[in-house]
Design a protein around this ligand. Structure first.
Ligand code: ADP
Ligand code: AMP
Length: 218
């Protein structure tokens, strides 16, 4: 059976950090809507330029554009076995569209993992976040530093800080999360697929809890 897993949580909750272990455990690809938008932006595509206008000010990219992009991604051959969705869905309309896309593939969201982290912790996490523009791996200057400051452990690329991780934009993103994305927790609870994980623990402890909650689906 295909494993479609949704990772929910506010910006900075640790979704990207936890993605690799989940994908390795279930042998599924990592689909991050934010990473796909940033890839488009670095290639200066029309979609990338459109998305950037919203990303810069901490707003969501419109549903129709985002749903089409993820729909195309899910049609690729590597998703036959499932996928880990990180940052999508972010609205009820996106969640309903995902259900419909998966229904056509004879699949459904099997588990939605909600990483719970209070807002006060998020600003500190995001202001210390450094990411690899090449492989997408994320670090934190205090909590998860690279072996050599400013350099990715995996591929030696120079790490960057995301422009939308500035404190003012982060506050806007958290508000958008609370208004538009938090209702998805109830959406998936009602479907009986929600698992809540305490995201304030160490990276290793969070990973342990997530993998334990997925033990039944493996
Ligand atoms: P998201 O993908 O949910 O926006 P990230 O995975 O990029 O979040 O994590 C945000 C920042 O917090 C990164 O700098 C990451 O290294 C750090 N981080 C992630 N999980 C933890 C944790 N459990 N404890 C402390 N810092 C963490
Ligand atoms: P992320 O990398 O998940 O933090 O996303 C960065 C930014 O990309 C968000 O603040 C949004 O502007 C945009 N974005 C990512 N995923 C979505 C989505 N599912 N719907 C709308 N906008 C999104």
């Amino acid at each position: 059976m295909a494993h479609f897993i949704v990772l929910l949580g506010p910006p900075g909750a640790g979704k990207g950090t936890q993605a690799k272990a989940i994908c390795e455990a279930l042998n599924i690809p990592h689909i991050s809507s934010g990473d796909i938008f940033r890839e488009h932006l670095s290639k200066q595509t029309e979609l990338g330029k459109l998305a950037d206008g919203y990303i810069k000010c901490g707003q969501l990219v419109p549903d129709d554009v985002t749903i089409r992009m993820i729909g195309d991604r899910l049609k690729q051959a590597d998703c036959a076995n499932g996928a880990l969705l990180d940052g999508f869905p972010r609205t009820i309309a996106q969640a309903q569209a995902l259900d419909e896309l998966l229904r056509k593939m004879n699949a459904r969201v099997q588990t939605a993992i909600s990483l719970n982290v209070p807002a006060e912790v998020l600003v500190e996490r995001l202001s210390g976040r450094w990411s690899c523009p090449s492989c997408g791996r994320v670090y934190h200057e205090v909590y998860n530093p690279p072996k050599q400051a400013g350099i990715c452990d995996e591929d030696d690329t120079t790490l960057i800080q995301r422009p939308d991780d500035r404190a003012e934009t982060v506050r806007q993103r958290i508000e958008v999360y609370q208004n538009q994305t938090e209702p998805l927790i109830e959406y998936y609870r009602q479907k009986g697929v929600l698992v809540g994980v305490d995201g304030t623990q160490s990276i290793e402890a969070v990973q342990h809890d997530i993998l334990a909650s997925l033990a039944g689906v493996r």
